[in-house]
Ligand binder design. Structure first.
Ligand code: C2E
Ligand code: MG
Ligand code: MG
Length: 698
């Protein structure tokens, strides 16, 4: 860097020439004074007129010498000040961005002889609060703080370029806490502007005495304000670039790159300190439905709302990142116990009990959550991520809206999934799917006289319907149950095609059995969420029923509670269309899905199917008995039919009957069976007219 290093020899000729150039007025004045003085001295003197020359010459010489020294003095002073300014500027600009503002306030305070200097930017868009970036009070740096702008001298600064004030400051700004606190009598400030010229902050100095260096101080202030503005702009751009590099623009959460870096450092720390940490991977269930029903823009809004809710549910230490689409990772760097991860995951499920509002419509979401902990479930980033992924997929396979912790068997499952998907596509082409049918019975009692002449209440059952349940005749694995492939078919986008096949096959089968039954026999078909929102569903059902000569009342569609997650209005509309058609709709696995019962009133369903888990415990578990009773009571109020599924014992059957349930389905009465077995059953029922088997002593 070039500094102010001059030549040591005194530059005589340049000085004289500069004196003549710059101080000719001073010289002319001195010359005139010398002539006047000599004329006065010699006026009327008998001495030779040459004498006047003798007097004038030394005076003139003295005059020239004085002018020279004066010029040199002024020049040296100016050079000193320039050198000081140059040093100040160098000291400030040489510093990195972190020390830039602190150095600026110290140096500026020193130059101006100010007691307090601060530089700050507006904390809010309206410019009411100034957030200081550096503060120097009595030569010492202070912690940055927030200063109220209203009533402070800086409001004058924002009006123009540079503004300074001397005495009377306290009277002019009686509301300024800073002026009062400092007992300031002088002030100088300059606005900071962004690239568009908008005022974004201020640099200001306060003094208990007058600030030094007047005009030069203003020049320095203006220069430093320009530098500070540039520094602010630079840091703004840098922050924006960092944001772009590390943040997800849609949700404003950290992106995958940032998350991965934090994961690496958390793993390293965990390995040093043996402190466990947790990882949660979550995926919004059936988010494609939302995009399909509302459009992608609304889908983005919903994702943002979801991300906000996610962030507000977790504490500050949790690091959340969107892994693209509707998938999110949560890193829990500080765990006290492994069970903590599950508790956090449960909070995430609970946060979705309330709906979101998109385009004025209510939307319910559910998530599938996979959890892992380190070191228990993996010691490298790759294994932890793969295991979290496997656990999340398992949660999805089990119907979504649930939490799964990684277990080693899942690893195998996840690699097998790809092969399964290929095989599923083949299965559709090769016609490897088939339907089994499980009978559904209506219960009633009749009073009979027993052998001993005592009256008995006999519980009899009457076949009223069948539920079609899909199976896959796998060439190597044999008969595969739906839970193993339906979730995968949903994910792979094959469910619409499979569902259409099921509907066609079930209706065709019902039509061929028609001759055996009265008009009350119904065929139930399970629908997956994606099918429910298929815009072609209503037309497809209509044409299938017509093609098979069936009435809409012959068909019952079973949907699970989680199918109704998503847009409330959309679900209502679709169910309304189906109801208008005349088909029945029952809520399958009722009680396991989402606990808000308020939606039941709003959806036009005709029946509730009490989930197997409640039925199985009905005899032993008081809670489950109470739940079953309240479901039945609720159904009565809403005028809905109730079907209990999974009835395996006579005790369960009588408990259900006592609780008021009249329609049942379960292994006790009939397992799901192939079409020809079901035909045999029908034949028997048709011949006996009733199947009376169960008796309750009355
Ligand atoms: P789901 O609709 O709740 O069907 C009842 C399930 O419970 C059937 O399992 C049935 O075999 C089983 N089950 C019935 N009675 C008993 C019992 O007394 N004890 C026990 N332990 N289990 C009983 P499955 O056939 O494995 O079907 C499982 C699920 O797969 C079904 O649950 C349904 O959600 C889905 N699913 C089946 N077929 C289809 C289909 O065609 N399309 C769609 N989308 N899903 C289907
Ligand atoms: Mg079902
Ligand atoms: Mg069920």
């Amino acid at each position: 860097m070039r500094g102010f290093q001059g030549n040591n020899r005194f530059p005589v000729l340049p000085v004289i020439s500069r004196v003549l150039r710059e101080h000719y007025l001073l010289l002319a004045l001195g010359l005139l004074l010398s002539i006047l003085l000599s004329l006065c001295l010699l006026d009327g003197s008998p001495i030779l007129p040459n004498l006047s020359l003798l007097v004038i010459s030394p005076l003139l010489l003295l005059n020239i010498l004085f002018a020279c020294f004066f010029s040199v003095y002024v020049r040296q002073k100016s050079l000193r000040e320039q050198r000081r300014l140059y040093d100040i500027v160098c000291r400030i600009t040489e510093n990195g961005s972190e020390a830039f503002f602190p150095t600026l306030v110290i140096q500026l305070g020193d130059f101006l002889g100010a007691d307090y200097v601060h530089v700050g930017r507006f904390a809010d868009p309206r410019g009411d609060i100034l957030k200081t970036l550096a503060v120097c009070r009595d030569g010492q740096l202070e912690d940055p703080a927030e200063v109220e702008v209203a009533g402070a001298p800086c409001v004058k600064v924002f009006e123009g370029v540079c503004w300074s004030a001397g005495r009377g400051l306290r009277h002019r700004f009686p509301d300024s806490a800073l002026v009062a606190d400092l007992r300031a009598v002088s002030y100088m400030g300059h606005p900071l502007r962004d690239a568009t010229g908008e005022v974004v902050g201020v640099i200001a100095a306060f003094g208990r005495r007058h600030l030094k260096h007047g005009r030069r101080a203003m020049v320095l202030m203006a220069f430093l304000a320009q530098q500070a503005s540039a520094e602010l702009e630079r840091s703004r751009v840098q922050q924006a670039m960092e944001r772009m590099a590390y943040y997800d623009p849609l949700t404003e959460m950290s992106n995958w790159r940032f998350f991965r870096e934090r994961l690496v450092s958390t793993l390293a720390k965990s390995q040093q300190s043996s402190q466990p940490f947790g990882l949660i991977f979550l995926d919004v269930d059936r988010f494609k439905n939302v995009n399909q029903s509302f459009g992608h823009e609304a889908g983005d809004v919903l994702l943002r709302l979801f991300a906000e809710r996610l962030a507000s549910t977790l504490d500050d230490q949790a690091i959340i990142s969107r892994k693209g689409g509707d998938r999110f990772f949560v890193l829990l760097p500080h765990l006290l116990a492994v069970a903590d991860v599950r508790m956090v995951a449960q909070r995430l499920l609970a946060m979705l009990r309330d709906p979101f509002e998109v385009q004025g419509r209510e939307v319910y979401l559910s998530i599938s959550v996979g959890i892992v902990t380190c070191p228990a479930d993996g010691a490298t980033i790759a294994t932890l991520l793969a295991h979290a992924d496997a656990a999340m997929h398992r949660a999805k396979e089990l119907g979504g809206g649930r939490i799964e912790r990684y277990v080693p068997a899942m690893g195998v499952a996840s690699s097998a999934r790809l092969g399964m998907e290929r095989a599923l596509r083949e299965a559709l082409k090769k016609g490897e799917f088939l339907l089994h049918y499980q009978p559904q019975y209506q219960l009633k009692t009749e009073r009979i006289v027993g052998d001993e002449g005592l009256l008995h209440d006999r519980l009899s059952s009457c076949l009223v319907g069948a539920e079609s349940l899909i199976r896959w005749r796998h060439p190597e694995r044999g008969l595969v149950l739906p839970m193993e492939f339906i979730p995968l078919a949903e994910e792979a986008g094959l469910i619409e095609e499979i569902g259409a096949w099921v509907l066609e096959a079930a209706c065709c089968q019902l039509q061929s059995w028609r001759q055996w039954f009265g008009p009350d026999f119904k065929m139930s078909v399970n629908l997956s969420a994606r099918q429910l929102y298929d815009p072609l569903l209503v037309d497809r059902i209509t044409s299938t029923l017509t093609a098979n000569g069936l009435r809409p009342e012959d068909l019952c569609l079973e949907i699970t509670e989680s199918c109704l997650m998503g847009s409330v209005q959309e679900s209502q509309q679709q169910l309304q269309r189906l109801r208008s058609l005349g088909v029945d709709i029952s809520i399958d696995d009722f009680g396991t899905g989402y606990s808000s019962l308020s939606y039941l009133r709003r959806f036009p369903v005709t029946a509730l199917k009490i989930d197997r888990s409640f039925v199985q415990d009905i005899g032993g578990h008081a809670d489950h008995q109470a739940i079953v009773k309240s479901i039945i009571a609720l159904a009565e109020v809403l005028k809905l039919e109730v079907i209990a599924e999974g009835v395996e014992t006579e005790q369960q059957l009588s408990c259900l009957y006592a609780a008021g349930c009249r329609t049942v389905q379960g292994y006790l009465l009939g397992r799901p069976m192939a079409a020809q077995d079901f035909a045999t059953l029908l034949l028997n029922v048709h011949c006996d007219n009733q199947s009376d088997r169960y008796s309750l002593v009355g």
